[in-house]
Write a protein of this length. Structure first.
Length: 108
């Protein structure tokens, strides 16, 4: 997935279908809601909670895509090039954390 292209695609969709971006606080609340939906599926499908009949048809991939969509909206409206930020983060993690998890006895 190319984040730059995804940001452009979301921006085009907003301009064509969404009228305008919700403000940043509204999108933050929306992101929280979408992450909650992901958490509900994970907790019930993979965790110890039982899955309700009404949740069995929920699509985890769709809910994760909702999270990504809102993150892309927030990046667009705050002027963040998410591809640059992500690449920088991966470089940092590759240097800082290259042996961290290999040396973690809890993961063995």
């Amino acid at each position: 997935m190319n984040l730059k292209n995804s940001q452009l695609e979301v921006d085009s969709w907003i301009k064509e279908h969404g009228v305008r971006y919700f403000n940043e606080l509204t999108n933050m609340a929306q992101l929280t809601e979408e992450v909650g939906e992901v958490a509900r599926i994970i907790a019930r499908r993979y965790g110890e909670q039982s899955e309700k009949e009404s949740d069995k048809n929920k699509d985890l991939g769709e809910e994760l895509a909702d999270v990504v969509f809102v993150v892309l909206c927030l990046a667009n409206q705050t002027g963040i090039d998410l591809q640059v930020a992500f690449d920088k983060k991966m470089e940092l993690k590759s240097v800082r954390d290259k042996d961290r998890h290999k040396n973690n006895d809890k993961l063995k």
